[in-house]
Design a protein around this ligand. Structure first.
Ligand code: CA
Length: 242
């Protein structure tokens, strides 16, 4: 069956959240919990998430806003909303802004698990994350966000830098536009952050990745004029065992 699937549970009512987490764990899922909308959005955007269970009435950021923001950065991530009995408007609105399915409270563990399985079955397998990138004598450990230099020195990558690199690795062989990187990494719509910010992160990333000893470094990130950035073609990518 391969690796365990990871489900993010965003629910502010402790009793419901705990019951859902238990049911998922017993069935063999990895779980990440969040008790408010802002934390939920952050958790849902982590690498390796397969599905999100999202309550709608939440502190800090409501479920609709979480879903809207998530759809900008993760258009295909499966989301099931948890709605209150009788609130058909909420259900329709949720499905309209991109929920894959809904479960009406109160629900049984069996009903919830059936929905989760059904949604996961129809969603395509997400690409296996790249765990290691090697170029010549320099390697990147993506999980630990570290560049490992030939002399063993480790250089930490920021979360942004690591996310940019992962995104490029996921689309190795084609250019990724600045806009795509921006919405994937920051999850923001146009106009909030300038695409130039991406260029600054790329510059810093290149500095960290370059061996720094000679000019004959392998090119890690290629600038494709008018298109964006692409991972260098001489790199070796290692993917997670499944
Ligand atoms: Ca709630």
């Amino acid at each position: 069956m391969g690796r365990k699937r990871t489900v993010v549970v965003v629910e502010d009512e402790d009793a419901i959240r705990r019951a859902v987490l238990d049911a998922l764990r017993i069935t063999g899922y990895e779980v990440i919990e969040a008790a408010d909308g802002a934390a939920g959005l952050e958790a849902a955007r982590r690498a390796g998430v397969d599905l999100v269970l999202l309550d709608l009435l939440l502190p800090k950021m409501d479920g609709f806003t979480v879903l809207e923001q998530l759809r900008v950065s993760h258009p295909a991530l499966p989301v099931i909303i948890l709605t209150a009995r009788g609130s058909e408007d909420d259900r329709v609105r949720g499905l309209k802004i991109g929920a894959d399915d809904y479960v009406v409270k109160p629900f049984s563990a069996r009903e919830l698990l059936a929905r989760v399985e059904a949604v996961l079955r129809r969603s395509p397998e997400r690409p296996t994350p790249v765990v290691r990138i090697v170029a010549g004598e320099v390697a990147v450990d993506c999980a630990r966000r570290e560049v490992i230099r030939p002399d063993g020195e480790r250089v930490a990558l920021s979360e942004m830098e690591a996310d940019i690199l992962q995104r490029l690795a996921a689309h190795a062989g084609r250019a990724v536009s600045r806009e795509e990187l921006l919405s994937a990494v920051w999850g923001l719509k146009d106009g909030t952050v300038e695409t130039r910010a991406i260029d600054m992160h790329i510059t810093r990333l290149r500095q960290k990745l370059s061996n720094g000893q000679n000019g004959a470094d392998i090119e890690w990130i290629v600038t494709v004029r008018g298109k964006g950035y692409m991972l260098g073609t001489d790199l070796q990518l290692t993917k997670e065992e499944s």
